[in-house]
Design a protein around this ligand. Sequence first.
Ligand code: TRP
Length: 334
Amino acid sequence: MNQKKEIVLSGIRPTGFVHLGNYFGAIRNWVNMQREFNCFYCIVDWHSLTTHPDTRELPANVIRLLSELIGSGLDPDQCVLYIQSDVPEIAELYLYLNMLAYKGELDKTTTFKDKVRQNPDNVNAGLLTYPVLQSADILIHRAVKVPVGKDQEQHIEMTRNFAERFNHRYGEIFPMPYAFNYGEDLIKIMSLDGKGKMSKSENQMNTLYLADEDDAIRKKIMRATTDSGPVVPHSPKPDYIEGLYTLLRIVSEPAVVDKFEADYNACTIRYGDLKKQLAEDMVRFITPIRQKTESIRADEKYMRMVMEQGAAKARTSAKATLQLVRDAIGLKYY
Ligand code: TRP
């Protein structure tokens, strides 16, 4: 790997199927960064334990996510793609960083407060220190660029605080990481009923998954929320219509987009036609990803090789950082 390239790290939790929101909000960004930077991408299975999932489903979820990431264009020869629990060095760094994280600041974290509200019976210490573990993910490779969405920016700011405290107390080991978006702002994918973002937890009929079969894609798009159309030329679009146009812009030819924009502005739009076109273009977009994902997942030998190779590369990098950390702290007795 080229040592001069900047180091990138990001993580994704193995909970549920990858949908278009994940793809356009994160994964496509990761794919684009592979060539330009030294990229580490981590499936964060330890983080998912904070909410007490049924761990019998974990192996299938991790394997499926790994195959979906590769099916989406991540190349295990271009980036370091690995599973968090394969790298125990992360847990050791998490321990040291915990001594630099204060209960008061962890208590105040927005994501923590949300989780406490959603699940008052499971306010465990792992949940409280979730941003510390995330910081260990980042700092273990001394990464600087962290591609994440808006909701994660507070965690990255906390990472900088922990890194700064470490450097101040023990010596300059860590560069300061920052939240990073490649190219323009990330595209926000709306749920097909126009009510909020496409997300893992909501109604499956309003979410397009990379694993969806052609007929499911068509069915979901054809029943997406619309109305009887605008009556005043050049009207603003309601959210649920804007969401469909966003999808059209992503998967359809520019000329097609222009035609439907013109129809909308002239109040001659036929949403049935728009949806039919969008459905076919979406099928053409998702099908190759789904097929590649399935054929990769069927190749158990390849999947195992990817996991082993990713773990080995991630551990080499992690061990080097951890040695610097141990030396800086002074954990050396003989
Ligand atoms: N907390 C992130 C999320 O919920 C996932 C994550 C874990 C992560 N470790 C990370 C993201 C390190 C970026 C860097 O989406």
